[in-house]
Ligand binder design. Sequence first.
Ligand SMILES: Nc1nc2c(c(=O)[nH]1)N[C@H]1C(S)=C(S)[C@@H](COP(=O)(O)O)O[C@H]1N2
Ligand SMILES: [Mo]
Length: 312
Amino acid sequence: MLIKRRAGWEMPEREATPEGVFLNRRQLIGAGLIAAAGLPQAAAAQTPDLYPARRNEAYKLDVPLTAEDDAANYNNFYEFGMSKDIVDASRRLATKPWTVQVEGLVEKPFEIDFDELLRKLPLEERLYRFRCVEAWAMAVPWTGIPLKSFVALAKPLSGAKYIRFETFLNPRVAPGQGQRWYPWPYTEGLTIAEATNELPLLVTGIYGKPLPTQHGAPIRLITPWKYGFKSVKSIRKISFVAERPKTFWEGLQASEYGFWANVNPAVPHPRWSQASEQVLGSRDRRPTLIYNGYGEQVAGLYKGLEGERLFM
Ligand SMILES: Nc1nc2c(c(=O)[nH]1)N[C@H]1C(S)=C(S)[C@@H](COP(=O)(O)O)O[C@H]1N2
Ligand SMILES: [Mo]
């Protein structure tokens, strides 16, 4: 039933161990099996008139752009199964209408319709590198709203020190969420200082089009200097909080995945090296860069935090 086609450039499993491999694979096989029919297909893509958005030329790549098909067919989205092949399963997620709830330490909590958000804050396109903790990497054009503009819209109170992002929760649509040993819903977090850095984007599109479901439609985070698991998909709730939030992967395996998760080739994962990365869609490996090449923009965020586990 679970037949896996492997393209020539894909890594054998022994080279890049998925995040979840410490769990018993036999327990997990069900996550990949999608119940037939019975639920509506995803609605049509949102607000296509806003794409392609103007490209912000300040963000340049020194590596080749990944082919759209390669990025679109090799995904991590555990809600829809543990394999990289979750495109069809993810289409069960209805992304219209979609609202984002903003709560916690803000002047006035609110809930905003996704389409309305897009009319409020301008979109831009940026070419970013992307590095998964499993040691595969890509470079793609994301379209999105700079997170710092969203933070300004939310008007956090001075007591807000962190932002917590939460994905949808609906095990009827996302069979992976029926697996009780995962701490669903998927959550992630950033400090306010990180969130108001220029780099993080609330991404709503890729390759000049609205985000397809497998990439986390209709809205997901992208933090290009951090391992990919920080880039939480299909965000429903954004909370401004005083304490550091516990993240999904930390909740699952804190000895291997932490809050900071900054890319660093010199700090190996407990089970594999992070020194180099497999280029998606190619046979090439290349050296991994500290902060995934974005040190100039983000290294200053971590002054005084040297005692923290910044690179896992
Ligand atoms: N909700 C949710 N967000 C998620 C994940 C997930 O399983 N669920 N996987 C993360 C991981 S490990 C990676 S590498 C990226 C993959 O993003 P992509 O499939 O768009 O390339 O999404 C991240 N965001
Ligand atoms: Mo990842």
